[in-house]
Write a protein that binds this ligand. Sequence first.
Ligand SMILES: Cc1cc2nc3c(=O)[nH]c(=O)nc-3n(C[C@H](O)[C@H](O)[C@H](O)COP(=O)(O)OP(=O)(O)OC[C@H]3O[C@@H](n4cnc5c(N)ncnc54)[C@H](O)[C@@H]3O)c2cc1C
Length: 96
Amino acid sequence: MQRTQVAIIGAGPAGLMLGALLARHGVDTVIVEARSRAYIESRIRAGVLEQGTVDAMDEVGAGAAMHAHGLVHDGAWFDVGYPQAIGLTEAALASG
Ligand SMILES: Cc1cc2nc3c(=O)[nH]c(=O)nc-3n(C[C@H](O)[C@H](O)[C@H](O)COP(=O)(O)OP(=O)(O)OC[C@H]3O[C@@H](n4cnc5c(N)ncnc54)[C@H](O)[C@@H]3O)c2cc1C
């Protein structure tokens, strides 16, 4: 029989992140998932990541693909009728 310190139910973002965080602190885990690995790896779970999530993924060493393929969101543009558009960038908002 194989033993582990922590059993995590579900290989969603929460379970995978918890497993990665515990591994970094030397805690042995097993993640139990009802669906197949192929299904888990192909389903869409997040198109937009908050900065805290980006930082957490970097912290556990899972951010390579995110940085390789992701686009940094730095604001929003509102189309108020051609030729005008109002842009709200994070830099503009931060400067007041
Ligand atoms: C199409 C889509 C787009 C989304 N886009 C975004 C986004 O852009 N940004 C964002 O922040 N969030 C987004 N979300 C929300 C985000 O995906 C969820 O907040 C996140 O998946 C929740 O993670 P979780 O690990 O708690 O649960 P889940 O992702 O639901 O994972 C739970 C896992 O547990 C497994 N499971 C359940 N019961 C059992 C059991 N009894 N035994 C074994 N395994 C079990 C399930 O199969 C599943 O794989 C999106 C969600 C969807 C569906």
